[in-house]
Design a protein around this ligand. Structure first.
Ligand code: ZN
Length: 297
C-alpha cells in the first residue's frame, strides 16, 4: 500500500492510495469511514502531511479504512477518475537534511574519504517539485547532476533518541533526487564556503510520488535503488550498502537538531552520479517504494 498527494482537475488537494494496482481517493474514503464509525466526527484529511503530523500514517490505518468501506460499497466507486496531478508527498517539511558520502562507491568517485560519523547538510524545502514536474537548470553555474536517494519521512518529534528506537519515529519512505550544481559545490567547498546554495536552486528537489508507511516496507535496509537517464541505467545499488543505516542516521541527527513530523532525510546517493542535459528524462526507482520521474530543461 502506497500513499500519495494529488490535485484534482478542480485544484483540490487530496490523499490517494495505491492498492492492488488501483488508485483510490483516500480523502473521500476517510469521510465515509468517519460517517460509519463516528457520525462524521474527526479531522478532514486533504494533506498527507496532516496525517503524518497526527501520527496516524500507518499501513494499519489505511487498511482499516479500506476494509471497512469494502463491506458497505464496492471500492471501485472510490477510484480516482479524471485528470489529476501528483503533488509532493510532503509539501512543506520544516527541514530537508541530506547525508553525504553514505555509499563507498560515490565517495570514491568524487575522491572523498568515508566519514567516521554521518555527514549531513541541508537543502532548501522551496526546491521541492513533485513527480512529473521539470527540473530547471540555472544558467552560468556549470554542470548539474542527479543523485537518486532513499528518503525517510519523520512521523514523530525526535530529540536525542537511541538507534534501537529510531525506526518508531519514521512515518515512511519515499524517493528524493538530490539535484546538485556540481561545479558550484566544488568551488564553494574549495573556498571554505557552505555548499547549501549548490543544492537549493528551485526545482532541485524532485520528491515522491509515493510515501510508503514504515510498516508496509519489508526491509528498508535492503531495497534496490536504480536511476536511469533516458532509459539508460546510471546508478544501481542495494540500500544494504549504505555506510550508515537508516536507524543510525535518524538517531545521530536527533542529537543535534530536533526532528519534527514531516521532516525529510535523504540518505545519500550511490556511485554513478552524472550530468543532466536539457531534454533528459531522469527516473529514480526504488523497490517497494515506486518511481520518481522528471524531465529537464
Ligand atoms: Zn545527495
Amino acid at each position: 500500500m502506497k500513499a500519495f498527494s494529488f490535485k484534482t482537475d478542480k485544484g483540490i488537494l487530496q490523499i490517494g492510495v495505491q492498492f492492488e494496482n488501483a488508485f483510490y481517493n483516500f480523502s473521500q474514503a476517510w469521510e465515509l469511514y468517519k460517517e460509519i464509525k463516528n457520525n462524521g466526527r474527526g479531522p478532514s484529511l486533504g494533506f498527507l502531511q496532516v496525517m503524518v503530523e497526527a501520527d496516524f500514517f500507518r499501513l494499519e490505518t489505511l487498511q482499516e479504512v479500506l476494509d471497512t468501506l469494502k463491506q458497505v460499497r464496492p471500492l471501485s466507486e472510490l477510484e480516482i477518475k479524471g485528470t489529476y496531478t501528483f503533488e509532493p508527498p510532503i509539501g512543506r517539511p520544516q527541514k530537508i537534511l541530506c547525508i553525504g558520502r553514505n555509499y563507498k562507491g560515490h565517495a570514491a568517485e568524487l575522491e572523498n574519504e568515508i566519514p567516521e560519523e554521518p555527514l549531513f547538510f541541508s537543502k532548501a524545502p522551496s526546491a521541492i517539485i513533485p513527480h512529473d514536474e521539470v527540473i530547471r537548470r540555472p544558467k552560468d553555474v556549470g554542470r548539474i547532476d542527479f543523485e537518486g536517494e532513499l528518503a525517510v519521512v519523520i512521523g514523530k518529534q525526535a530529540h536525542n533518541i537511541s538507534q534501537s528506537k529510531a525506526i518508531d519515529f519514521v512515518a515512511g519512505f519515499s524517493i528524493l533526487n538530490d539535484v546538485t550544481a556540481r561545479e558550484l559545490q566544488k568551488s564553494d567547498i574549495k573556498a571554505g564556503k557552505p555548499w547549501f546554495r549548490s543544492k537549493s536552486f528551485d526545482t532541485f528537489c524532485p520528491f515522491g510520488p509515493f510515501l510508503v508507511p514504515t510498516d508496509a516496507v519489508e526491509d528498508y535496509n535492503n531495497l534496490e535503488l536504480q536511476v536511469t537517464v533516458n532509459g539508460e541505467q546510471k546508478q544501481q545499488v542495494s540500500t544494504s550498502e549504505m555506510v550508515f543505516k537508516v536507524e543510525e542516521i535518524v538517531a545521530y541527527i536527533s542529537k543535534f537538531c530536533t526532528l519534527q513530523p514531516g521532516d525529510v532525510i535523504a540518505t545519500g546517493t550511490p556511485a554513478g552520479v552524472g550530468e543532466l542535459h536539457a531534454g533528459d528524462i531522469v527516473e529514480c526507482k526504488i523497490s517497494e517504494i515506486g518511481s520518481l520521474k522528471n524531465g529537464v530543461e
